[in-house]
Write a protein that binds this ligand. Structure first.
Ligand SMILES: Nc1nc2c(c(=O)[nH]1)N[C@H]1C(S)=C(S)[C@@H](COP(=O)(O)OP(=O)(O)OC[C@H]3O[C@@H](n4cnc5c(=O)[nH]c(N)nc54)[C@H](O)[C@@H]3O)O[C@H]1N2
Ligand SMILES: Nc1nc2c(c(=O)[nH]1)N[C@H]1C(S)=C(S)[C@@H](COP(=O)(O)OP(=O)(O)OC[C@H]3O[C@@H](n4cnc5c(=O)[nH]c(N)nc54)[C@H](O)[C@@H]3O)O[C@H]1N2
Ligand code: SF4
Ligand SMILES: [Mo]
Length: 692
């Protein structure tokens, strides 16, 4: 165990590692025997002592009896769940041998190191990426989360940063567009509530269902999924028509032109009402509310971009503060994510400081198609016959679950999963290795939702034989004969190296000062000295060709792009499998308190739709489409349009009646123009009674 920094009243400082915009500062109680006790919010100014319920109960997860503690080797058929413990050295030998065999047969690109954001710590998160680059294995196009949203934000604003969320205390109106912060980033609600209490700020929520965030709102625009571009354009139509646009700002800071104005003149509230299912009056009233002040804080979520038109929608929405000139005001402007604030040089961390082979990039959302040998998905390269999986649970979270499961069960595929629990993915593996948790290893954290760079040291003993991502990958690299100085460094030295390469204080200094606020001065943060493009102007007319290969369908000006998975008489409903409050993606599904709070997989159905389908509250129903079908229980709920269904996810597949989970129904066809999984762009049928 390392020394314990910042010890205060038996609490030590740490940082929440999970895939959440809030990246909270934490205070951890470490018990006499070196285990995790109570968890509280830290003093870092954005966290302000507030954390979510699931992390406040982290001891339950960290000290869980089902935590993986020893390396395991499969002894039964694939997927049987029969494993036996082995020594780490034998596990490393076995993994190395199987990788070398696969490479002998099909070349290095046959290996797919598959990883995502189970921990957001930069060093542990990048472990497999580092090894994969140096080994010349396949790379991945990271499409689970931000590919669509990033593309749309980049199109207009040109750089991934925005206004500091702490400015909300000076806002007159807060618009939460396509996100559900009560579930997904509780700290944002904490700041919003301050503004409401102190200034009477109004909260507007744009979401297809009445989320707990929408319940708290003054205005809820309950639109059809995938229609945000239409709503944003109609709002701009009203702003221009009613003299609420800031023409001086438009002229000075944007590429606004007569052709943009002509285009938006056709995007009337009546046109948008037809597409969104919202009444004209609501659209006009929202436009007037938004246009009445420049102190409008637009919090753009990820949720609304998980549509095949999500990048176009993001671009259209990001035009709003440019139209009103809200960027100029304290408490005005927009925030999508802050990653460009941090200026971290990760070349060395990613093993890219020397020459590396330019290997193919596989789309992580197309795991099923890749493993089925689909030639396009394989991008002309060899089949994938070996996978190392770390920090992600694709058997649950990836689209097309049935294809993923089928692929992972292939007899000629070797799979090693490094995990904290026996997840649905780990259960399908050949080798399962036990991983440390955040309080048992060192790491460095930036955030999308705030401006603080933070670091944390190991403060508890790793139980059993758990090893960190970096330690496992370094052992494997040594066994494979892959040399790089990073593999001889411990995590602390690696953190130090990244910080120094980036001109920041070193690891110890950062720990001592607890955080580094990377916020920019007002004028820069609000883009008054220029947006991210070379000419410094916000773009109503983006250059989509610079953003992704599938740019030809992209609208030249902000618009509703009709590339959604269409509902039809065969599949009349649109499904939104949104994030649940007590889970974080598929994490926390193992803890009793999260499960009992989350009950069971449930579909929210409008009473009219339920009546028409002969479904009563609590009934078992079956949802399906050409990809498969899923059984779960119904709850009647009037906070949704009749053709929309909502399932708060992501339950393990095994929690569903047939062991088949919700992402069975989600397609892996990418969004435009640069890919991205369109989780909430899913057309389904529904039958009562759970029959087929
Ligand atoms: N408790 C909890 N917290 C989480 C997560 C979790 O699973 N659970 N996941 C974490 C991760 S990985 C991420 S990326 C963030 C995401 O955090 P957010 O930015 O909040 O994004 P989502 O939660 O994906 O957004 C969900 C909302 O988007 C809405 N939505 C879906 N389609 C549309 C649409 O077409 N238009 C509009 N306007 N809204 C739409 C859904 O109804 C849902 O309410 O949260 C993180 N935090
Ligand atoms: N239906 C539906 N599906 C979705 C979404 C949705 O909204 N709806 N959201 C999508 C989004 S935005 C995302 S980001 C993805 C996220 O999907 P994932 O990245 O798979 O997220 P998690 O389920 O949190 O899985 C992370 C896994 O990493 C493990 N882990 C955590 N820390 C460590 C560590 O230090 N080392 C190792 N080796 N393992 C660790 C955890 O135990 C957990 O099992 O899901 C996507 N899937
Ligand atoms: S709100 Fe997000 S960052 Fe904060 S403790 Fe919860 S999961 Fe972690
Ligand atoms: Mo995500």
């Amino acid at each position: 165990m390392n020394d314990r920094p910042n010890r205060k009243n038996n609490f030590v400082a740490s940082v929440c590692p999970h895939d959440c915009p809030s990246v909270c500062a934490l205070k951890l109680e470490i018990t006499e025997d070196g285990r995790l006790g109570k968890v509280r919010g830290g003093e870092q100014p954005y966290t302000d002592g507030v954390i979510c319920a699931k992390v406040a109960r982290y001891a339950e997860r960290a000290n869980h009896p089902e935590r993986l503690l020893r390396p395991l080797r499969r002894i039964g058929p694939k997927g049987s769940g029969r494993f036996e413990p082995i020594a780490w050295s034998d596990a490393i030998d076995l993994v190395a041998e199987r990788l070398l065999q696969a490479i002998d047969q099909s070349g290095p690109e046959t290996v797919w190191p598959y990883h995502y954001a189970g921990t957001m710590g930069l060093v542990q998160r990048a472990a497999l990426r580092r090894l994969g680059h140096l080994a010349g294995w396949s790379r991945q196009h990271e499409t689970f989360c931000v590919a669509l949203a990033d593309a749309g934000w980049q199109a207009g604003v040109g750089i991934k940063r925005g206004v500091d969320a702490r400015e909300i205390v000076d806002s007159d109106i807060v618009v939460v567009w396509g996100g559900n912060p009560v579930h997904t980033q509780v700290n944002f609600m904490h700041w919003t509530q301050k503004a409401r209490k102190e200034r009477g700020a109004k909260l507007v929520v744009v979401d297809p269902y009445r989320t707990p965030t929408a319940e708290k709102a003054d205005v809820h625009l309950m639109l059809k999924p995938g229609t945000d571009g239409a709503l944003a354009c109609a709002v701009m139509h009203v702003l221009l028509a009613e003299g609420l646009a800031d023409r001086t700002f438009l002229a000075r800071h944007t590429d606004f032109s007569p052709s943009v104005e002509r285009h938006l003149a056709n995007r009337t509230p009546a046109w948008a009402a037809d597409i969104t299912g919202l009444p004209v009056d609501e659209i006009v009233a929202f436009a007037r509310l938004y246009g009445a002040t420049q102190r409008s804080f637009l919090r753009v979520g990820y949720g609304f971009t998980r549509q095949r038109n999500g990048a176009a929608a993001m671009h259209a929405v990001s035009c709003l503060p440019a139209m009103t000139g809200a960027w100029q005001a304290q408490g005005g402007g927009a925030l999508y994510g802050h990653s460009a604030l941090y200026g971290l040089d990760r070349t060395f961390l990613n093993g890219l400081d020397g020459p590396v082979a330019p290997t193919r990039q596989l789309d992580m959302a197309k795991l099923g198609a890749v493993l089925a040998g689909d030639e396009r998905a394989l991008r002309g390269g060899p089949p994938v016959t070996a996978m190392l999986i770390q920090n992600t649970n694709p058997a649950v979270v990836a689209p097309e679950s049935l294809a993923v499961r089928h692929g992972l069960l292939r007899d000629d595929l070797f799979v090693c999963v490094h995990e904290q629990f026996m997840t649905d993915t780990a259960r399908l593996a050949d080798v399962v290795l036990p991983a440390t948790m955040f309080h048992e290893h060192d790491d460095l954290y930036m955030a999308s939702g705030h401006t603080f760079l933070q670091a944390a040291k190991a403060v508890a003993v790793a139980p059993g034989e758990c090893r960190s991502n970096h330690d496992f990958v370094s052992l494997l690299a040594a066994r494979l004969g892959i040399a790089h100085p990073a593999f001889a460094m411990d995590a602390a030295s690696l953190i130090d190296r990244v910080l120094r390469d980036s001109g920041k204080p070193g690891f110890d200094d950062l720990l001592r000062q607890r955080w580094l606020d990377c916020a920019l001065p007002f004028g820069q943060a609000h883009f008054l000295d220029g947006f991210g493009h070379p000419d410094g102007r916000f773009r109503f007319a983006p250059d989509w060709s610079a953003i992704g290969p599938d740019h030809e369908v992209m609208p030249p000006l902000p618009d509703h792009l009709e590339v959604l998975e269409q509902s039809s008489p065969e599949v009349p409903f649109r499904l939104v499998p949104a994030p649940a409050r007590h889970f974080l993606n598929s994490t926390f599904t193992e803890t009793e308190s999260s499960r009992s709070a989350g009950e069971r997989p449930t579909v929210l159905i409008h009473p009219d739709a339920a009546r028409a389908s002969g479904v009563a509250d609590g009934d078992l129903v079956r949802l399906g489409n050409r990809r498969g079908s899923v059984r779960l229980h119904a709850r009647l709920f009037d906070g949704v349009q009749p053709a929309t269904l909502v399932v708060e996810s992501q339950w393990p597949n095994t929690s569903f009646v047939d062991g088949i989970g919700i992402n069975t129904l989600v397609g892996a066809e990418p969004g435009f123009p640069n890919g991205g999984a369109a989780y909430h762009d899913t057309a389904v049928w529904m039958t009562a009674g759970g029959a087929n």
